[in-house]
Design a protein. Structure first.
Length: 376
């Protein structure tokens, strides 16, 4: 639903802008494809169309990775129950996806991450681990007791795992790799291809939704669990899906147009919100470890958001460096739409260089054609 809404809005807006631009300069739009953007319309060529087709393919791959990661999570928790493994360990492994995205974006995509942003990521992951390892869930997670056994029996001696924890841990690692790779591909699409987060997310969500919808339809037609669902649960599932789609959309935009590693780390704060809601609505008082994890995670978010400007710069930067940074930031504001993020500035510079190269090629070609006509 979210994907259809996004694509419909963008397509209507693009068609209106394209018609207006075509009326103003019909010659410039004579040979344009529907993939062309207004910004690069004068320098559009087959190479750019190939880039945008590649972006569609990469968005489709991101949807597949997201679906694979979600299914890996489901089966990881199922095998954790069968192996009596603490499910908090799996949740802790999922948070390491932020490290994968952070390291990959720095070393593979040349993204610049400041000290406080790295420190904030580490603090958020540490706080999430504290919370995850103390999640209550069931009193004794694992294989349920047979009904004939009395509650007074020693349950720890009776409960025997059906399998080892290796499968659950491997599935958790697979989910982490899928989500981390998805984040890197999204960042690559923005930095190298210039694709905005909303366009990529529309294809991403459509792919994920189609796979999940077809799977649910097949299960329902075969008399599976969905066929016995009450209407209320179906409505709640649709609402949950819309909320999840909106959350994924916001996360994708944050990864592509912000810093990838810190964006993924901030998404891990969902466990903090869940702990607070459990306390407020379900009356589950957080334990000492959960309280410590909440404090550490919130502190990490604060350090990542304002630490560089209010902690590092006042302590280590001189006033002259402050003045020079103000001049640089002011210049960036005037020329890049208030983009102060280093990754955005780098992406803007790459696109400017690419556009300048195209202009130079066109100018050189026109000059050579003019010289040939003059010689003739």
């Amino acid at each position: 639903f979210v994907s259809i809404l996004i694509m419909s809005t963008k397509n209507i807006k693009f068609v209106k802008q394209r018609r207006k631009y075509k009326r103003e300069s019909p010659e410039a739009t004579k040979n344009l494809s529907s993939f062309a953007t207004l910004k690069d319309s004068c320098y559009y060529n087959k190479e750019q169309e190939a880039y945008e087709i590649m972006a569609l393919v990469l968005s489709f791959i991101c949807g597949l990775l997201n679906f694979a990661g979600e299914f890996s999570i489901i089966f990881a928790f199922q095998h954790a129950l069968d192996s009596l493994l603490n499910q908090g360990i799996l949740t802790s492994l999922f948070t390491l996806g932020a490290i994968i995205v952070l390291v990959g974006s720095v070393y593979l995509l040349d993204e610049r991450v400041r000290f406080c942003e790295c420190g904030g990521v580490i603090l958020i992951i540490l706080g999430t681990v504290f919370i995850a390892l103390t999640q209550k869930g069931e009193e004794i997670p694992g294989v349920p007791l047979p009904p004939e056994l009395s509650p007074q029996d020693n349950e720890l001696d009776i409960l025997i795992p059906n399998e080892g924890p290796a499968i659950a841990i491997l599935l958790a690692i697979l989910a982490t790799v899928c989500f981390g790779t998805r984040g890197l591909i999204l960042k690559y699409m923005f930095l190298q291809k210039g694709i905005d987060g909303i366009s990529a997310s529309s294809v991403f969500l459509m792919t994920d939704g189609l796979i999940g919808g077809i799977t649910g339809l097949v299960i329902t037609l075969n008399g599976g669990a969905y066929a016995a669902f009450q209407p209320l649960y179906i409505v709640l599932g649709i609402v949950s899906g819309c909320l999840a789609g909106t959350g994924v959309l916001c996360l994708n935009i944050s990864i592509m147009e912000g810093l990838a590693g810190p964006a993924v780390a901030m998404s891990n704060l969902s466990s903090v919100i869940q702990a607070l809601l459990d306390w407020g609505f379900l009356g589950q008082v957080p334990s000492m470890n959960e309280t410590l994890g909440l404090i550490i995670a919130v502190a990490g978010a604060i350090v990542m958001a304002v630490g560089d400007n209010y902690i590092i710069k006042p302590l280590f930067y001189r006033s002259s460096q402050h003045e020079s940074s103000k001049v640089v930031n002011k210049d960036i504001e005037n020329n890049s739409g208030n983009y102060k993020n280093p990754s955005l500035v780098d992406a803007m510079r790459r696109r400017n260089i690419k556009n300048n190269q195209k202009r130079n090629e066109i100018f050189q070609k026109e000059k050579e054609d003019g010289d040939d006509e003059a010689s003739d």
